[in-house]
Design a protein around this ligand. Sequence first.
Ligand SMILES: [Zn+2]
Ligand SMILES: [Zn+2]
Length: 508
Amino acid sequence: MKGYAPYYSRLERVDLKPVLVPHSDYQALVLHQLRTHYGPGVVLINKDWPLAAKLWMTDLSAITTLLQDDYSDQGPAARDPASLLRSYLLLLMTNPEMGITEWVNELKRTPIYAILSGFPLDDLPGVGTFYDFFDRLWPAVDKHLKPKKQRKRKGKAKKGKKKGEKAPTTTPGRVERLVKWMMRHADKKTALPADKLFDFFQSQIVSMSAKFGLLGDLSALSAAGDGTPIVTAAYPRSKPSCDCRARGIAECNHPRIYSQPDCNSGWDSARERYFNGYHLYMISAADSKHDLPLYPRLQPASRHDAVSLVISAVEFKQRFTLGAVDKMLLDAAHDAESIYLLLEHQGMEPFIDLNVRSKKNTVSKTASDIRISPKGIPICPKGKEMKPNGTDRKLHRRKWRCSPDCGCSTAKFGRTFYTKTSDDPRLFPKTPRDSEKWKLVYKRRTSIERSNKREKVDYKLESGRHRSTMMWYMRIYGIMICQHMDAWYVSQKDEWDKLKSTICPTAA
Ligand SMILES: [Zn+2]
Ligand SMILES: [Zn+2]
């Protein structure tokens, strides 16, 4: 199989294969430790109750099975992977700006966090144990996607012209070439180092959300996609790979060694400044009331939304097995003919706003005197919007008419005009942009913006002070799991709150 080089020798597999700890054992340990530490009348303060409920109800034990091959057949007993994961989620839920080192201290200071993690109070893990666990979730030699040695970077990314405006679309030719390449290779899945994380996330977390009915109609899901900047450092760090400088040669073309090879510089349209880091492209379940994320992908900061979508749409389609995605909702930055082609090919109906800046909206291919408005409505030579005059379902075309008094035509009943999806799927999509259905479907697109915002604002995604792409993926998947668990709690609140009397019997 094509893809990354698996690690085998990178990790010293010194720890014995962990034994699967059934979730009921975890629950029993929590009860026992709560009773012995706080006495029989445990009272959880209000802030801690939802945390307890979420962790009590979420069975993470499958992570142990997933990691079996990454441990040794002998050696000291390994720490329960499910507890390490639970503890990391607890960090994100309570102190998202904390690093692992501080968290290990926090566990000592705050016994309730250690108990809810599933650690015996007299045997807390150290920092290295957490990092060993993360390493095992990333089955590639390299903690970055690209090699550190790279050609010298030239020039700066383009910026948007107006406030809030994204950088101009990369040349449509580039998107088109990528689409053609991806369509030729779409049935060959290339393994990615983040696949292990996705497998766990899909089989244990997203599947629960599906079971709770939180994703929408599984046989016809609406997905939304959008990119967001992840600022990792103020400046890119690199050093020369040669000694030209020392030999008095000021300018050379030798590659440099970049400490964060997957990051570069891009334009942040919301903050209106250049930044160094990643472009996180996320696909979410658009019909989900809880704006639940489905597939994350880290790209270099300079990458454009349209390019990221092409890669993400194909990778997602290859990996997502819980339902059929039949609509993809995207903003005008994705308005490129080849993206319509790709999505149709993937069996998804594109819902994409027309980019008003695009010159391609003005001239119709079929009649040179008719222009098309940003909503996809034909404009007659006198500048009036033509009126819809029925749909011919057999010929898959819509009829438009201008009244005779407009004067744009000498025809007895006024000017008529036909639009056909096959003529231009971009200007005349299957679901017309001026229809009620379009409005209903497309208004859910902002779900992806709320999801991305939740990760960045509430879960402080950018506060991770990580140097490796591996750790950024851990953080992103961790936060995504929290988002799903939050949704479970909110949607099952009445049911789950009844557990209070089991976990803390004297609490009202
Ligand atoms: Zn050199
Ligand atoms: Zn007219």
